[in-house]
Design a protein around this ligand. Sequence first.
Ligand code: PA5
Length: 469
Amino acid sequence: MSETKISLYYKNVMADVIGEEHGITKAQLQDLAEKTVPAIVECNNQRKAGKIPYRDLPYVESYAKDVKAVAAEIKDGCENFVVLGIGGSALGNIALQAALNPYMYNMDENQRKGPRLFVFDNVDPMQLGSFLHWVGDKLDKTIFNVISKSGRTAETASQFLVIREMLLEKLGADGFQKQVVATTDANAGTMRKIADDAKLRTLVVPDGVGGRFSVLSPVGLLSAAMCGIDIDELLAGAAKMDELCSKEDFFANPAAINAAINWHFYNRQKPISVMMPYSYALKDLSDWYRQLWAESLGKTKDLQGNDVFVGPTPVKALGTTDQHSQVQLYREGPNDKLFTFLQVSEFSSDVTMGAEPQVAPELDYLAGQKMSKLLNAEKLATEYALLHDKRPCMTVLFDRIDASAIGQFIYLFEVTTSIAGLLFGIDAYDQPAVELGKEATFALMGREGFEELAEKIKPVADIDGDYLI
Ligand code: PA5
């Protein structure tokens, strides 16, 4: 089988296709190229200076080696693998699993090559309660991977406290130590302290790599390796994309073109970026992308400290499901969106439709046809309809879905985000706005040191009956 490739197809954002009012003219594209080349160079320089270590993750052999060593130690007898994490410590794990393992993986032993996988990225008492009820008598066959760089994130910490108590009660200190792997900071933080104290197995969240850029590190690799995903292939795919994304020739660099097109449309009244995979397996990649794009690019200040309040809004949609939910708006509502479809040429399995019933000859056009043909026809049909209404569309074309292709996709969108950050003139690697909510949670939960904030929150927390109906 030939090496899998993903490609970015951007003809359908051009003025030749959707007209000059909404599309990009050749001159504008040339202008974008000139403006983007310095951003590519700057991104490459930041990498050389060690400022964006996520870009070197595909090459850090020790991470994959450590992950495989831990996986080999815990695999025997492990029937369930549970990730406790949130945001960048969960979305990549979910996306890899959905993309690279079968839909019925957890349910069907014949379709899985590893333990069942559960990722808890919330603090919903009913969801977790139901799981605890199920897992209660299977704890010795269940490994919990708590992923938190800081260890102080309330969601992950709270889940961890529940699981820790349950394990200590049912399996004792030895059991707790045996059934937990902590992925956390190498030296500092609450989780590191706990892990060292309890002598837990640990893996490292690399220094300087933010959660949303960490899927190709032990954060995303352990659950993938446990569930039979070829992590070497994943990293090789990312490295392959790195070659393209490092090119200082704009027209040879898909991340630069992707970033520039997104930036162009944001500046021309299209601040919404819709990612619409036509593959259920790719659906959670758009969730992963949503965090990457939103947390990286949604910023009040530019690098000079000026108020800019920028940020394209990422939206996830799923073809064909959302054709019957969103496309009415997408075609007839405001022309304020850029669409990025994900399309697969060759699916790893296919389904053929049966014959039409005699009473329904109008269904004969479907009889005997492949489901993959219908799915891709619907993608083209939706794109055609959007172009008819002058909505710009791009497509990421996957030859097929495998670990290499997913590694390429992840790396492509990470570097796209970095270059877009430079074009917007903002810091793509911090997330100051998330902090206030985290601290307000501490205050509301009575954490020491947050009393003053708790007072400030009171007017919001106390329900004002005058406004309650
Ligand atoms: O992308 C990010 O930095 C965030 O989404 C974090 O991953 C998330 O807040 C979890 O943080 P921590 O790993 O410290 O628990």
